[in-house]
Design a protein around this ligand. Sequence first.
Ligand code: NAG
Ligand code: NAG
Length: 420
Amino acid sequence: MLKSSEEKDGSEMETAKCIDSFTHLASTKPKNYNLPMKRTVRPLFVLLLLLVFIATLTSRSILRRGIISIELETRLLIRDSLPLNATLLKHAAVEIGEEKSRQEIQQLLDGDFASQARHRTFVSWRRFIHHDGDRSFPATLRSPLFYRYWIDFRRVLHDWARKRRFQPGIMNELTRLVKVPLDRFNKVVTDSRDKKYSSCAVVGNSGILLNRNYGSLIDAHEFVIRLNNARVDNYENKVGKKTSISFVNSNILHLCARRTGCFCHPYGANVPIVMYICQAVHFLDYTVCNVSHKSPLLVTDPRFDVLCSRIVKYYSLKRFVEETGKGLELWGSAHEGALFHYSSGMQAVMLALGVCDKVSIFGFGKSPSAKHHYHTNQKAELHLHDYEAEYAFYRDLVDGYTPIPFISEKFKIPPVVMYH
Ligand SMILES: *[C@@H]1O[C@H](CO)[C@@H](O)[C@H](O)[C@H]1NC(C)=O
Ligand SMILES: *[C@@H]1O[C@H](CO)[C@@H](O)[C@H](O)[C@H]1NC(C)=O
């Protein structure tokens, strides 16, 4: 559906990065889910385990917190002390498309739309009227109203581009960046700005959701994240009906904005949207839409985007070497280097890690007996994402002690459960 609409204005390649309503992942052998037994835990860690156990035993807190939390703490300790592969870290830190994207951003800031391939997206954007209250988007780039948007667009884009860098500590800022504005909007008063949601559900769009009735379990979470505007009507007993935020890529807002103005709210106008920018030019949609949104329209912090990108690339590189036996330098050509991108689902899970005390993941994964999406008849996924790599990342989150690359040690990853 997205594809054909993009082909009309010839911008299909440009938006390719953003087309990703597929939050399910390729199949992996089920035996991989039962990891703990297979790991080789070095003698040192066995000793550590024992020490932690004894320490906790003697500290009386065991009476309060029980065996489970001892196990959790032990896992965290192991997670912090196992080494990651330095070669993979080095390669994952290289952003293949960085220089090109820097140039494109500069051209946008200079108002030079014609010199880049993406100008078509921009020009096509004007053909659509934005029903923005009683305001419509001006049809000419030279009109005074456009000029106002243009000034905002430049400012926002400039700030975003300036902030865009690797900063592993960003995980510790997500509560302030996302939860605090949402609490303000929802008029929730908390005793501390660092307080997180007690439990979060990230709901992917895989057809496996149709095999179970997870609806009420999902709704029982304090915070429910849904992805790329997947429908819930008529699927309530499968996917629940509560939506705390709608997590989307900017192409979704762009498409909504072109078709129906800024109304991009299948869950209701009061549900906040958190969006990551997959093309800088989409800041124009953001600028126009932000004004008329009742609920917050938040853009993910570019430092958070960079972190997500590196993590997925690390897993993708690792999988590439393990499965093909080829050198790391060949990864780029196998994965369309510059276009390679994490999925919305992956970033939504990362967001949940940052703002929640406990994370449950639903509707990620695929099964031969399940539809691709629970809500569409789409047959296959596109190949800009390495879902298998993302799946390996989720398994490491779930097992609780495999170290996760690039995330600062100062950030404690909460317990993650995956529902199949
Ligand atoms: C790190 O990963 C690379 C590529 O997978 C591999 O060739 C290398 O042996 C690994 N190094 C260590 C120390 O495990
Ligand atoms: C978006 O809108 C909100 C609410 O009107 C406002 O506080 C915020 O500053 C706007 N963001 C930008 C970048 O203009």
